[in-house]
Design a protein around this ligand. Structure first.
Ligand code: HEM
Length: 162
């Protein structure tokens, strides 16, 4: 993934999507504590995740990282700096040996939590659909970049072993 402009084009992520996410920022701030608790509880329930956290981080550090990430979803600016930050996150997970499956599963939980947030906040059906579509795009773009780090690592291993 060379540039954010290319990624945005591939996902048909428009300026309207960026504006929708920025609109959601105040709502996301309101839901942040609940979502963060939900996410941390999800991690606590997975014994393998617990081992990874114990060996590489701490609950507080991890919570702070994940809260910050959640906020950046709604920051409204999605440029190459944003892309670099997503690559760093992907590399951090590869470094701690987190199976990619958990990244996908965690994202699924985050997606559902945000869907509930939108559903509970907005009455207008069309508005809800537009917000949901923008959220889906940014989460899928996040996932695309984060999971590509695993493939990059595989490729690196293949080349190093030659
Ligand atoms: C690090 C986000 C899933 C464990 C990070 C960082 C972010 C992040 C932003 C900090 C990267 C850095 O700048 O160094 C996410 C997102 C996830 C996800 C968006 C999925 C939606 C998970 C899961 C685990 C996990 C399922 C399970 C244990 C870790 C660990 C670190 C980390 C151990 C390193 C923390 C440290 O250096 O202290 N993650 N994460 N993450 N994440 Fe995740």
């Amino acid at each position: 993934m060379e540039s954010m402009a290319k990624l945005r084009e591939e996902y048909r992520f428009t300026a309207e999507d960026a504006g929708n996410l920025l609109d959601l920022m105040p709502v996301a701030e309101e839901y942040l504590n609940g979502l963060s608790d939900h996410f941390m509880q999800y991690l606590t329930d997975i014994p393998e995740a617990q081992k990874i956290i114990a060996g590489n981080s701490s609950r507080d550090r991890l919570e702070a990282f994940h809260r910050h990430w959640f906020r950046t979803l709604f920051q409204g600016t999605y440029d190459d700096e944003y892309l670099r930050s997503l690559k760093r996150i992907g590399q951090a997970h590869v470094r701690v040996g987190l199976p990619v499956h958990y990244v996908n599963a965690a994202m699924n939980h985050v997606r559902h939590a945000i869907q509930h947030m939108i559903h509970d906040t907005f009455e207008d059906r069309d508005q809800r659909r537009l917000y949901r579509e923008s959220v889906d795009k940014i989460l899928d773009m996040n996932l695309a970049v984060m999971t590509s780090s695993y493939r990059d690592e595989e490729m690196r291993k293949v080349f190093v072993s030659r």
